[in-house]
Design a protein around this ligand. Structure first.
Ligand code: PEP
Ligand code: MN
Length: 233
């Protein structure tokens, strides 16, 4: 999230294309402290406005325990990002808000460690947990990360919980997002988390991996036969 106009334009467009949940980063975990850190509390208010105007549910990242109550006040789902996937006190704080939690896989996290991180949420009385594969760090640099789609059948075997695929962080390249989404849907992913921007070339964060509003509409259309083939709606 960069501004009210950028958020609302994006929210309205993705809602029209069939998205059901809006993910916007208010507190952003940036690699460099000199990069845009997000709009913070003001961003949460913008998300609430986008929900009012579009009917979309909201998901946003919780970066710090001290913000747990504030974030939970605004959001429908809490995202725990890759850098905090084993920040157990943060996981507990997220669990205790009672909001559903989307747990991203850590950059170098083994699946077993990821499942156990998820147990922190479950063990603290919150049964509404989703796993999100967003790519792991390997020797490969052609893509930003290596999107591990084997997590789809594995999470289904090892748990009863939904598995969400984030091809945007996974590939780091907008031109690969459509193919990765098709593969994920065909393999039974329960949801996709896709970064969208009205003007990716000018995005304040991760521009290379964001699809345009038109690109997102096309993608949603192209996914239809794959969704049907997977026996899903
Ligand atoms: C994001 O989804 O924008 C993000 C920061 O994700 P991750 O934690 O997977 O890097
Ligand atoms: Mn991002």
């Amino acid at each position: 999230m960069e501004s009210e106009t950028q958020l609302l334009t994006t929210a309205e467009a993705v809602q029209k294309s069939g998205a059901t949940i809006l993910r916007g980063g208010a507190f952003k975990p940036r690699t460099s402290p000199y990069e845009f850190q997000g709009l913070g509390a003001r961003g949460l208010k913008l998300l609430a406005k986008a929900r009012r105007e579009t009917g979309l549910s909201i998901i946003t990242e919780l970066l710090s325990e001290e913000h747990a109550e504030l974030v939970a006040e605004y959001t429908d789902i809490i995202q725990i990002g890759t850098r905090n996937a084993q920040n157990f006190q943060l996981l507990i704080a997220a669990a205790k808000t009672g909001k559903p939690v989307l747990l991203k896989r850590g950059l170098s996290m083994k699946i077993e460690e990821w499942l156990l991180a998820g147990e922190y949420v479950l063990a603290h009385g919150n049964r509404n947990l989703m796993f999100c594969e967003r790519g792991i760090r390997t020797f490969e640099t052609y893509t930003r990360n290596t999107l591990d789609l084997s997590t789809i059948p594995i999470i289904k075997q090892e748990s009863h919980l939904p598995i969400v695929i984030d091809p945007s962080q996974g590939a780091g390249r907008a031109d690969l997002v459509v193919a990765m989404c098709k593969g994920a849907v065909a393999m039974g992913a329960d949801a996709l988390l896709i970064e969208v921007h009205p003007n990716p070339a000018e995005a304040w964060s991760d521009g290379a991996q964001q699809v345009t509003l038109e690109g997102f509409a096309r993608l949603m259309d192209e996914l239809k036969p794959f969704i049907a083939a997977a026996g899903r709606e």
